[in-house]
Design a protein around this ligand. Structure first.
Ligand SMILES: [Fe+2]
Length: 380
């Protein structure tokens, strides 16, 4: 038995108006301060008919476990009927975890796809709506919640299919003012999701449909969206959620493992972290017969010649949207290699690594980090 799970999706101009149809007396709006300042919280409030609306605006980039716990406490105290996560991946992941923790008193790390949340008392008392304000994480459509354990400088990845929001609202007004750098970083995240989701050993007909279409959209529209084209930005907003629906049901792989471990240690934006490792991990796959055939197959499905053409197109796109193509553009040599053993250990223990078409061992992970630092073509 297999599953394909996706949220109900409302999209298009004025999609936010859907909120008028949601009946809830007590609403918790989860967001971050910059979005309050942009006026987005007020914009959302206009469409709510609740008696009580609380705003939790303390979500930080790469949010900590403590933030999720704090947010769940607010949800529990007000007995929220509806949680709205308005923001990027960090906000949505905190909203997803807060909905679970408001009812279930557990360590977030215990929340895995195999946890019986209902036995622990989870009744889905609050509905969850996401309103993404970036186009990349796909967090509005996925089971996973990426949180940071600040003490150990590592990412934790709780996941459960009941974490998926009930509804996602894709209203373009919330991405129109997105800074160029964020368009590029989150766009690379979406591309990595779509490619990793399409080559995962857990890929299936349903996830393929979403991932393959998302790749086509991203190659066509990311650069234009970066340049400020309005139509392209709307299509990228679709692509990011579609990639989320795709990889959410087939999983990502080694690019995310390397990116998670690197990002948690060096505090670098997630999209940059996965983007910078994407070409190298793809080259690593191409050096193995069976994973090469998966990439060649994917290339044909999206109208490209072979696996190499995907790598070339990815590198070209990265250059055009000012994404670093080697790690040395992001951190210094001494700092990087001084931390590398610890970073490799976290990467090798990252949950995503098992869903790679070619699973790298410790030595290969180390070499991939090394090659990506110097921008060397992967030859192993
Ligand atoms: Fe990601």
């Amino acid at each position: 038995m297999w599953w394909f799970i996706a949220p109900k999706t409302v999209f298009g101009d004025d999609a936010i108006e859907h909120l008028q149809n949601e009946r809830a007396e007590r609403v918790l709006l989860v967001t971050d301060r910059s979005l309050v300042e942009l006026g987005y919280v007020e914009e959302v409030k206009k469409y709510l008919k609740a008696e009580r609306i609380e705003v939790f605006d303390e979500v930080e980039p790469e949010p900590s476990i403590e933030t999720a716990l704090k947010c769940s406490k607010v949800a529990r105290e007000m007995d929220a009927e509806l949680i709205i996560a308005l923001g990027g991946g960090s906000v949505m992941d905190v909203g997803k975890m807060a909905r679970i923790l408001m009812e279930v008193d557990v360590d977030p790390e215990v929340v895995t796809p195999f946890t019986d949340l209902y036995q622990l008392g989870f009744r889905r008392k609050a509905r969850l709506i996401s309103i993404p304000t970036t186009s990349g994480t796909g967090a509005d459509a996925t089971w996973a919640m990426v949180l940071t354990d600040n003490k150990e400088r590592r990412k934790v990845l709780p996941a459960h299919r009941d974490a998926i929001p009930d509804i996602t609202i894709l209203d373009y007004r919330f991405v129109e003012k997105m800074p160029q750098k964020l368009v590029a970083g989150t766009g690379m995240d979406a591309l990595t999701h779509a490619i990793e989701g399409a080559v995962s050993p857990w890929k299936n007909d349903f996830s393929d449909a979403m991932c393959e279409k998302a790749i086509v959209l991203i190659f066509e529209y990311l650069e234009k969206s970066y340049q400020g084209d309005k139509e392209a930005r709307a299509r990228m907003h679709h692509a990011a959620t579609m990639a989320g629906m795709g990889f959410g049901n087939s999983q990502v792989g080694a690019v995310h493992s390397l990116g998670h471990a690197f990002g948690a240690y060096f505090k670098v934006h997630h999209g940059i972290c996965v983007g910078v490792f994407l070409p190298y991990v793809l080259q690593f796959y191409l050096n193995d017969e069976s994973s090469r055939s998966t990439l060649d197959y994917l290339a044909k499905r999206i109208g490209m010649e072979n696996g190499e053409s995907i790598v070339e197109r990815v590198l070209e796109l990265m250059a055009n949207i000012s994404i670093p193509t080697r790690v040395s553009e992001i951190v210094g040599e001494n700092e990087y290699f001084g931390a590398l053993d610890s970073v490799c250990n976290h990467a090798i223990n990252d949950a995503c690594i098992i869903t790679s078409p070619r699973c790298p061992g410790f030595d290969e992970v180390r070499k991939l980090y090394e090659y990506a630092f110097y921008g060397k073509k992967v030859d192993f």
